[in-house]
Design a binder for this molecule. Sequence first.
Ligand SMILES: Cc1ncc(COP(=O)(O)O)c(C=O)c1O
Length: 433
Amino acid sequence: VTMSRRSLLTGLGVTAGATLTGIPPAAADAHRGHGEHRPLPRPPAGSSPAALARDERFWRRVAAQWRVTREVVNLENGYYGVMPEPVRRAYVANVDELNYRNTLYLRTEYGPNEEDIRAQVARAAGAATEEVALTRGATEALQNLIGGYNKIGPGDVALYADIDYPSMQFAMDWVGARRGAQVVKIETPDHPTRENVLDTYRRALAANPTTKLLLLTHLTHRTGFVPPVREIVAMARERGVDTVVDVAHSWAHLDFDVQDLGADFVGFNLHKWLCVPLGVGFLYIRRGRLADIDPDYATPGDPDDIRTRVHTGTTNIANVMTVPAAIAFHNQIGAANKAARLTYLRNYWVARARELPRIEIMTPDDNAAHGAMTSFRVRGADNAKIPALLKDRYRVWTVYPGGGPRGDCIRVTPTLYNSTDDLDVLVAALRRL
Ligand SMILES: Cc1ncc(COP(=O)(O)O)c(C=O)c1O
């Protein structure tokens, strides 16, 4: 790691006389090996999340749990959450076990094991087991909640906003086409704050009094903005409007559970911030609301069993078997400690970038309105070209989320394997842009 850090600094021209070429990716990637390493540290007793967030020694030991390439400083951890070593090892062992014991395991022990995993997931989310059904991700969870919602029809309105995830916007459009409801899309302010966004939803609900279903996104994917979801859900409920909340990007990232949202329908994934192998999520339907979501494709079975609301078929079971290892890893760090560290990392680079005259930060600084993810724009530049420039010239990996409102920006998402050193590399690159 030390060697690749040096190479990254070299790549930035920080070392006297160095060129901008850095070293070949293969050499930067030299620690790809999967040797033994030290166990995940326990947070020191009595340390507050805010104080621990600044403890670089502690977080260096946490970061060492990940074996990831240092070809780049990877600040694009919004796509999905790569597994730390204990989870990766559990996954490899589960793939091996499944291949070894195959249908004998699947037809005997897997059923009870899956039930135990579902219970662990429900507990981690603050839900009852019977309120949770596993899915392959947030898309499947949310499509089944939105598409299955049966209390909407002609004369009703399905409401969503420009900041929602495109696939979920499509699902809401589908509701209009198939159920004969009117679909209304809200425009959110260019410079969002919790207050002006709450006001936008208030006005939209008042302007559309026949709204039945509202889609909300807890942490938006282009800028990382976090709207005041709990307040909007409560406001909608007062008007008899049901809410589906998309927490694909927020769960195990921000410190909350399903009770904090107050919503009756929520779609989760486990492969972003919980770092479960790709392809696991779940849907939540509050007790007493099951009848308002249709069984998936008229799946037969007990209609009082939430598992009839998703029918995935045969899928990757090894990733589901790995969920307990990821929950244990997450719990040992602690949700509040993780959220505080992620916020700290975000604030570290944003405070420095705000001093640069051409950089516009798209995400408000109010700590309640963001997590790790934040986007910036370079004024007067072709922003679509900037991620490639950052990668090729400075070996900093980001993404241009593109499209939609405020899509002309670059998204930066550090995670627990990143350090403030990584963010110094980013800031140095931004200074030179
Ligand atoms: C806000 C939001 N919702 C939903 C999804 C889809 O999640 P999944 O990949 O679990 O289907 C994403 C994925 O990036 C997202 O950012």
